[in-house]
Design a protein. Sequence first.
Length: 393
Amino acid sequence: MVSRVGEPELKYLICQHVWESASHGRFIRERGRELTGFGKSESVRPAIWKVFHEAAVGIDPDAVLAGFYTVLKPYLLANYQHYLGATHHLADWPSRKLVEEFIGDEERHLIEIAPWLKTGPTINVWCAHLRVALESIGQPGGQPAITPPPDFSWQHETRPYAHPETCNREPYPVCSSIFSPDPKETPIVREWLADPQTDARVIRIMIYVWLMMELDAVDYLSTVFVDTLEAPFDLHHDLARHLWDESRHSQFGFRQLPKHGVDLSTVEHSLELYNILVHMPPAERYAMMTMEFEANSFPTKALIMDRVRELNDFEADTLLAFDRNDEQNHIRYGHQWLPVIMKLCGHEEPVEEFVKATRANFAKLAEIHGNKTPHSLSPEQRFTGEKILASIG
Ligand SMILES: [Fe+2]
Ligand SMILES: [Fe+2]
């Protein structure tokens, strides 16, 4: 769903909701372990994956969004409400407070998403279909399942989910890459970032563009969930945190650039990494992200932090410190979860060997699928390194 919707604000909101719901799941797991002993490696029941899988194959992004938010999440909310009503007099205080929090969060999610939801005949038909699919596993409040009518069929069985070939960024202009050696071509010029002569204000704008473009990590990381439905809950919990972190990093740029006078409608979004990674198996996608891009970003970002510090800009320093701290966690996630994702996806070789082969595969796929998105805007219209330099006067 994340890569299919275009507006960054909507992607950010979905990532926030994913993380909050994953946090609810963690609390439930921790309390559940105290009560009955369900363990760390517990996964979602196959009947529930089946509904999730169905929800992912909606005809268009608006239908998928409406399906999740008007069918699946209200169902979850109704179950929390039922549970609270049924156990209120039995539950201990912390459990009751937790469920009240979950209900408050789920109700807020529905309010926050409302401005983004659309209606229409196709969307209504899709939501009605998904409701039948969902109620075939049970109704809220433990009411019995309803057998679907004879003409019902699971659409993902005949039309399996496939990731979109490219990610949606409408209404923003797009390009292949925001990095190049030419300040007339792209906003980020790597040589300028490393050059001590570059004005620190130029570096600050460049790192905000870089951070905003971490939206590509949001788009390609979101694809890993649907490719690892059988994963243990803790893996999805950490993927949800990782996803939310990347959406925060992108928001740092998205919110700060206009404050520095940048018109976001002139900043092209790079689609390169998504377009290449989507052709790799999920374990390779996750390996490139954590073991290559994130692991290798530290030296340049450390240099940038030092330069930005010259500006005494508390907000910029804080955002960059958050980014560095989060990236350290992401690399830890990579070490912990890559072997698990490899196993889930049937890769049996040692991790190091796998990562080496993945790098080679990425280089090969970059030749085929890389550099295929032309600039939406002319050099005069688009935001470039040259314009950053001119803007600081
Ligand atoms: Fe990031
Ligand atoms: Fe990251």
